[in-house]
Design a protein around this ligand. Structure first.
Ligand code: AMP
Ligand code: FE
Ligand code: FE
Ligand code: ZN
Length: 280
């Protein structure tokens, strides 16, 4: 049964829709619960929770943190967090400060190339939102430097491209500890995105397990049945819960549908959320 979607972005990070609209859409789709998991930001949770009451959708308070992993990044979702936790807030402030420094450098590179970007203006027009590469991608498309957001990332903003500046990351352990300190359950997001071989996956899950990670996002937009079966077998082996999320970003990732993924491959029962809550 298609009942939940545990990976959803709003315009508090790089999604296109407000928390209220996101929850309303979930209600229209008949979903029982969604987790709001904005990047490095818990500022959308209160609005989403209020909308949840209004539209009869359970809103799981969450977020998504990026953690460094051998020069790349892996993503950690947190569920049932207390957004007012002091330790969480402090970590988020550090991330936003680090992003701000990186954003200034990216804005300078792009501005020097003739596409003016004023970080103060960008922040003012997205008050309270996590600003990152998606916002630069949009500006580059508007300025005609790329045809699509995807092209802007692939040719200008990804590692190896001329506007790429690396930000600093939490470690996997710090990410998990931040979520635990806010009373939440850490879950490793979209394991298929990291291009890890078997040994790499095992290392990730072993370290994750030691760091008190509770689950693995085995169902994800675009994953085949074979992929999901593989991740489910890893989850079983490491005693991790199986979770499911679309990584919906509204119009900013057009192919992904809330609750159902790209081709309806996502169809997650509420039971997955219950099991996660029962997990230590
Ligand atoms: P940042 O955290 O600022 O480095 O930006 C990374 C974010 O950009 C990710 O969370 C993605 O949601 C988004 N992103 C990455 N690649 C793409 C892409 N090709 N098209 C649109 N958004 C993307
Ligand atoms: Fe994103
Ligand atoms: Fe992610
Ligand atoms: Zn995400």
């Amino acid at each position: 049964m298609r009942e939940i979607d545990l990976h959803v972005h709003t315009n508090i990070s790089d999604g296109s829709e407000t928390p209220e609209n996101t929850v309303r859409l979930a209600g229209e789709l008949g979903l029982r619960a969604i987790a709001v998991t904005d990047h490095d930001n818990v500022g959308g949770i209160a609005e989403a929770a209020a909308a949840g009451e209004k539209y009869g959708v359970e809103v799981v308070p969450g977020l998504e943190l990026a953690c460094g992993w051998y020069g790349r990044e892996i993503h950690m979702l947190g569920y049932d967090i207390d957004p007012d936790s002091e330790e969480l807030q402090e970590t988020v402030r550090w991330i936003i400060y680090d992003r701000r420094k990186r954003n200034e450098q990216i804005a300078k590179l792009i501005s020097d190339d003739g596409v003016k970007i004023d970080i103060d203006e960008l922040e003012a027009s997205h008050r309270g939102s996590t600003i990152g590469r998606p916002h630069f991608a949009l500006r580059l498309v508007e300025a005609g430097r790329a045809k699509t957001l995807q092209e802007a990332f692939d040719t200008l903003l990804n590692p190896g491209c001329k506007y790429f500046i690396r930000r600093n990351f939490l470690t996997l352990e710090e990410g998990a500890e931040t979520i635990r300190s806010a009373g939440g359950k850490p879950v490793i997001a979209h394991p298929g995105q990291y291009r890890l071989d078997r040994a790499g996956m095992e290392e990730l899950l072993e370290r994750g397990k030691k760091a008190m990670v509770a689950g693995l996002e085995c169902y994800y937009s675009g994953y085949t049945e074979e992929q999901t079966a593989l991740y489910r077998s890893y989850a079983r082996r490491y005693g991790l819960c199986v979770t499911a999320g679309s990584d919906w970003h509204g119009k900013n990732k057009e192919r992904i549908n809330l609750g159902s993924g790209i081709d309806g491959e996502l169809c997650a029962p509420y039971e997955l959320l219950e099991k996660l809550r029962e997990h230590d």
